[in-house]
Ligand binder design. Sequence first.
Ligand code: ZN
Length: 505
Amino acid sequence: MPGKYEELYDELIKRNQEIAIIGSCAGLLGWDERTYMPRSGAQARANQIAYLSGLAHQKFTDPKIGELLKELEQSPLAKDELSDSAVNIREIRDEYDKLIRVPQKLVEEISHTTTMAQGIWTEARAKSDFAKFLPWLEKIIKLELQLANCLGYKKEAYDALLDNYEPGSTYESVVKVFAEFRKELVDLVATIKDSKRKPDLSIIEREYPVDRQAIFGQAAADAIGFDFASGRLDVTTHPFCSGISPGDTRITTRYSPRHFSQAFFGILHEAGHGIYDQGLDKGHFGTPRGHSVSLGIHESQSRMWENFVGRSKPFWKHFLPLAQKTFPEALKSVAFDDFYFAINDVRPSYIRVEADEVSYNLHILLRFELESALLKGDLSAADLPGAWNEKFEQFFGIAPKNDAEGCLQDVHWSCGYIGYFPTYTLGNLYAAQFFAKVREDIKDLDRQFAVGNFSGLKTWLNKNIHTHGKKYRAQKLVQVVTGQPLSHKPLISYLRTKYGELYGF
Ligand code: ZN
């Protein structure tokens, strides 16, 4: 006979699983919208997704959930803090509080404002006209501050927003690790910029027939462990991965017929996200215990496969001969070292999404410093372009010529995503720290990669990261897995070693 608390817990879990089913239906509709839906279906699709989101929100904010949580928090089921039940109770409470603390009126105002702002931002970016976007940015900052005040925080308003993307992380903890990282990174980017050695980029900008790119990319995703019996790969404009339900994880990419890297590394990146989703514990579907930890930890998985594995020498020992067979016109007479250098080109550039694995992080640090200053009131929105350009020059040694390639380039702020940017660099930092530990645990990792064997790494990630779901918060997971708190050192040392060899320092 289950006791009273077991029954209450079952009720809580049943309600969460129901909400997860609604979420996975919305996810499938969203995937279809971005891949195969005819354009005229947009309005009806928006209504379908809005309806399901509303339904899920209504079910999650049902006062009954609050009552169940209150009883269960006092029960033996919450005692052992790492037990499945305690983890679920803790994380459902966190989510529930976030949802009920924000008045419906504010949710609607943010949604309405950001929908309008995205349209304005698109026009402003096209014309490089910051003044057009300025009033909307001001309004969004005001609304995000209101949101932070409703959510509550101990020290910084920024904490409340960051917590939506990277639960448990704070402004202070991010500043600490980013500040030390920044000093060394600015130096590293400058050293590479001054190096006389430059790769021949024409190698990756030759004719790469799209149908063969698709076959080659799919084979690589399969080889690293993305399970195509539980997933698929399709074409889209802005690539993403959608973990729809257990047994159904979908990745996407876009092909450019005259560029090798874009689609190929994009596929590895999304496959890394997909392998994480496929590695979650299916028995816990629909509960936090079966859910990914955070955006940063998700990004650590995609970056690890894309960069630490996919842009490494051992990986290409195995894959270059195959690539040369698949693309003989482009690659037949290319030497290994030239190819390897071309896919690892580093140079300061204005656009974040086109940046290499070294300078990418400087783009993020810059955004983090500016958005937190905007939120604190240390920087006014009107002064953003000037502050952006000044900091850009200080970080990269070059200055953007206009705001389209400066502070207007990203969609995030127009969507109200303040506190989101740091998760990209946190992802790189987590990835480096995990990967250093993998190297300790699997001594012949490079030899395995060089013969096309990636199952050692995949199994390690399944066991140490994926299967835990939300058992640990991100920073705690890093501590548990690596035995050390999060640090910038593994990433900077990985970058120095790899690029020191390429650029000769
Ligand atoms: Zn990603």
